[in-house]
Design a protein around this ligand. Structure first.
Ligand SMILES: NC(=O)c1ccc[n+]([C@@H]2O[C@H](COP(=O)([O-])OP(=O)(O)OC[C@H]3O[C@@H](n4cnc5c(N)ncnc54)[C@H](OP(=O)(O)O)[C@@H]3O)[C@@H](O)[C@H]2O)c1
Length: 288
């Protein structure tokens, strides 16, 4: 692969966009969409794992000293939430990122948050903290309240080889959204940030899916069995999951089962300018 550096990019009168989380699932998709669209740099803890040929700046929210250099000259920051950790860890990360962006003179921060219907989720608090920090801050902001990924639902409710699809979702459904659509929406916003300043967008899917829907879509012979949360907790704990991951997963399933995450609609279609991808196609592998 040809090594792309900021020095050998043609200079144009563009704003400089930096996106964080560049090696993650969402960040990689956004980077693919921004490639060739102007002055874009990728921020990551792991430059060697970047898969999109754009200039890279190393950064780590856990090491705030890395952020001043990374954000120098940046006009628009796409702050991809770094949500794996206890609340105090995630708040410290996002706080360090916003502080550094403001000090560097970043004009507009776009933040990937969590759907408003996710307030019952164990990881909602750092998102709401970050939203409040942005609203009270000095930079323009846009908040993308992302719904839960179709890819995540597919993992939570995957059929076993014997055809049983076991998950603690009860009869609840999730307005799941394709991660690729969230990437399209984020790219559209960072490329025209002024049109989205001060806006908070609800980006959930247009179809709510539950265990029985998934079993049907996976084909004949697949049967959904709802599992008690206590059993799922035992199974997850025994799998070696990190302590913070257990309530994350269980809380997500519990909120789906209790019917808090099935509201469809929102702003996704308007932001995309087209119909969203089918979440079911993403889960069953028909769409990426
Ligand atoms: N809506 C949903 O269903 C859903 C599901 C899972 C997660 N999320 C949230 O959405 C975010 C993006 O989703 P994803 O699918 O891209 O997750 P992912 O593939 O697990 O990527 C996580 C991202 O967090 C970044 N990160 C972690 N610690 C960081 C740190 N100390 N400093 C800077 N960046 C850090 C990583 O960036 P580098 O390794 O490149 O530095 C990585 O891109 C996640 O981080 C999480 O907060 C949402």
């Amino acid at each position: 692969m040809v090594l792309v550096t900021e020095e050998n990019l043609p200079r144009r009168e563009h704003v400089l966009i930096l996106l964080t989380g560049a090696t993650g699932g969402l960040g990689t998709l956004v980077a693919e969409r921004l490639a060739g669209q102007g002055d874009v740099v990728l921020g990551t803890r792991a430059p060697e794992r970047v898969r999109v040929p754009l200039p890279v700046r190393p950064l780590d929210f856990d090491v705030p000293d890395t952020l001043a250099g990374a954000f120098a000259g940046v006009d628009v920051l796409l702050l991809v939430s770094a949500g794996y950790g206890e609340d105090d860890t995630v708040i410290a990360r996002h706080g360090a990122a916003v502080d550094a962006a403001e000090r560097a003179g970043v004009r507009h921060i776009v933040y990937t948050s969590l759907t408003g219907d996710g307030d019952h989720l164990p990881y909602a608090l750092p998102h709401r903290w970050t939203e409040r920090r942005l609203r009270e801050g000095s930079a323009d902001w846009t908040i993308l309240r992302n719904g839960l990924y179709a890819e995540l639902l597919g993992q939570l409710a995957a059929p076993a080889p014997d055809g049983r699809l076991t998950a603690p979702l009860g009869r609840g459904r999730l307005a799941a959204v394709a991660r690729a659509d969230l990437a399209d929406a984020a790219a559209a916003v960072v490329l025209a940030p002024a049109a989205h300043a001060g806006r908070t967008y609800e980006l959930v899917g247009e179809e709510a899916l539950g265990g029985e829907d998934l079993a049907r879509a996976h084909g004949p012979g697949v049967v959904y069995e709802s599992e008690p949360l206590a059993l799922a907790r035992e199974r997850l704990t025994a799998s070696g999951a990190a302590p913070f991951q257990v309530p994350m997963v269980l809380g997500t399933c519990s909120a789906v089962a209790a019917g808090f995450l099935d509201r469809t609609g929102g702003d996704l279609r308007a932001l995309l300018g087209r119909a969203p991808r089918s979440a079911m196609d993403v889960i069953t592998g028909l769409s990426g």
